[in-house]
Design a protein around this ligand. Structure first.
Ligand SMILES: NC(=O)c1ccc[n+]([C@@H]2O[C@H](COP(=O)([O-])OP(=O)(O)OC[C@H]3O[C@@H](n4cnc5c(N)ncnc54)[C@H](O)[C@@H]3O)[C@@H](O)[C@H]2O)c1
Length: 316
C-alpha cells in the first residue's frame, strides 16, 4: 500500500510513518515545517528518527491546491492519513483565522483530492477537545459536541462535519479519530509533559493550571499509532472514534510520575484554569476496541520512555 501522510514531520505523523514502513508500506510525507514550535525538531524527526528509512517527502502547505494536486497525481496514494493541522488549543485563541484556514480549508483540499483520486480510506485527526465542557464522562462518540470552547475545537468539529458530507455524497470511506492527549518520545514542545520536563530539569517552576484539578486519558504514542493503523486497515464507512488511554489519570499523579523519573521535585505555580482549556477529557474507547485495538502503555512506563528520549536528544 502507498499511504500519504499529511503532517508527516509532526509528532504523530512521523511515528505513524515509521510503523507503516516497518511493515512494508510505501509512505509519502507532506509537511510545511512551520515554526509554531521549533522546526528543528521536525527536521530531526525526518533526519534522525526516520534515519535509514526510504520515503518521499514534500515540503508543501496543504492549503496549496495546485501543489497538493500535483503530489496526488504523481504519487497516486491508495490511502490518506491526514494529520496536518495547527494543533495547540491556546494559540488558537490568538490566531483563530489561521486555524480556520489550515484546519478547515486545508482539510477541505484533502477531501476534494481524496474524492478526485479515489482514495480507498481517509483517516484524519480530530480531537477530544470537541467535547468542550461536557459534564458526562467518559466522553462517548454519541454525545452531543455542539458546544466547543476554543477555535481549535470548533475547527476539528467542522472537519468532522465536512468529512461526513464527502462520505455521504461521494461514498468516501472516512474515519475521524478523536485523539486524547498524546505523549511520548519526539513529542510536541508546547504540550505539558515537555514543558514540565524542560522546566524541572532547569530548576524552573512549572505552571499547574486549575490548581492541578485536571484529569486526562493520557495516550502513549505507540498506542495512538496502532489505533491509526487499525482504522486505516479496516476501511470503514464514515465514522467517528475516540482513541485514548484506558485510565483516567489526574494531572498531579502525572507530575508525580515525572518527578520520580527525573529524580527531582517540581516547584509548582498553582494557577487558575486557562481560557479554552477543559478540566477533564476521559475517553470511552469501546468502539475502537471492537476492532481489536487496545492501549497497552501506562504513564509509569510511557513517561519513563519520554524522559529517556528527552535526556538523550537534549544531552541533559
Ligand atoms: N498530540 C495530541 O495530543 C493531539 C490531540 C488531539 C488531536 N491531535 C491532532 O493530531 C494531529 C497531529 O498532531 P501532532 O501532535 O503530531 O502535532 P504536530 O504539530 O507535531 O504535527 C502536525 C504537523 O503538521 C504540520 N502542518 C501544520 N500546518 C500545515 C500546513 N498548512 N501544511 C502542511 N503541514 C502542516 C506541522 O508542521 C506539523 O509537523 C493534529 O491534527 C492535531 O490537531 C493531536
Amino acid at each position: 500500500m502507498k499511504i500519504l501522510i499529511t503532517g508527516g514531520a509532526g509528532f504523530i505523523g512521523s511515528a505513524t510513518a515509521k510503523k507503516l514502513m516497518d511493515r512494508g508500506d510505501k509512505v509519502i510525507l507532506v509537511d510545511n515545517f512551520n515554526d509554531y514550535y521549533d522546526p528543528k525538531l521536525k527536521y530531526d524527526r525526518i533526519k534522525k528518527f526516520l534515519k535509514g528509512y526510504k520515503f518521499t517527502l514534500y515540503k508543501v502547505d496543504i492549503r496549496d491546491e495546485k501543489k497538493m494536486e500535483a503530489i496526488f497525481k504523481r504519487e497516486r496514494p491508495d490511502k490518506v492519513i491526514h494529520l496536518a493541522a495547527m494543533a495547540g488549543v491556546r494559540y488558537s485563541l490568538e490566531n483563530p483565522k489561521l486555524y480556520a484556514d489550515v484546519n478547515i480549508m486545508g482539510s477541505l483540499n484533502l477531501l476534494e483530492l481524496a474524492r478526485k483520486y479515489k482514495i480507498k480510506n481517509f483517516v484524519f485527526a480530530s480531537s477530544s477537545s470537541v467535547y468542550g465542557n461536557n459534564k458526562k464522562t467518559p466522553f462517548s462518540e454519541s454525545d452531543s459536541v455542539d458546544t466547543p470552547i476554543s477555535p481549535y475545537a470548533a475547527s476539528k468539529k467542522a472537519d468532522e462535519l465536512l468529512a461526513h458530507v464527502w462520505s455521504h455524497i461521494y461514498g468516501l470511506k472516512i474515519t475521524a479519530l478523536r485523539f486524547f492527549t498524546v505523549y511520548g518520545p519526539w513529542g510536541r514542545p508546547d504540550m505539558a509533559l515537555f514543558l514540565f520536563t524542560d522546566a524541572i530539569t532547569k530548576g524552573k517552576p512549572i505552571n499547574v493550571f486549575n490548581r492541578g484539578k485536571m484529569s486526562r486519558n493520557f495516550t502513549y504514542i505507540d498506542d495512538i499509532v496502532s489505533g491509526i493503523i487499525t482504522v486505516l486497515d479496516a476501511n470503514l464507512p464514515y465514522g467517528i472514534m475516540n482513541i485514548g488511554g484506558d485510565r483516567e489519570e489526574t494531572l498531579m499523579r502525572y507530575i508525580e510520575v515525572l518527578e520520580k523519573n527525573l529524580g527531582k521535585i517540581a516547584k509548582k505555580n498553582l494557577l487558575p484554569m486557562q481560557l479554552g482549556d477543559v478540566p477533564t477529557t476521559v475517553a470511552d474507547i469501546r468502539k475502537l476496541k471492537k476492532l481489536g485495538w487496545k492501549p497497552t502503555t501506562r504513564i509509569d512506563e510511557g513517561i519513563g520512555k519520554f524522559v529517556e528520549w528527552y535526556k538523550e536528544y537534549y544531552k541533559k
